[in-house]
Design a protein. Sequence first.
Length: 76
Amino acid sequence: MPMTAKRKISLTIDSDLYHRARAQNLNMSKSLSDALTEELQQLERPKWIDANREGLQEINRINAKCGHFSDEHRNF
């Protein structure tokens, strides 16, 4: 993941969850960033697929007609 500017924010979380995370020395900022990244990717994936549907269909059509460029190099 590329380095981006960080922004300090304030959050409210369950007290027990906070204490358990601290006890495990978890980097809560990284954990939140990772969780949000994953969640956003899942939410944005259908929109990306829809926006690129024609291109993906064209690639599949070309692969079906001509084969994949690495087919001759596969060992499985």
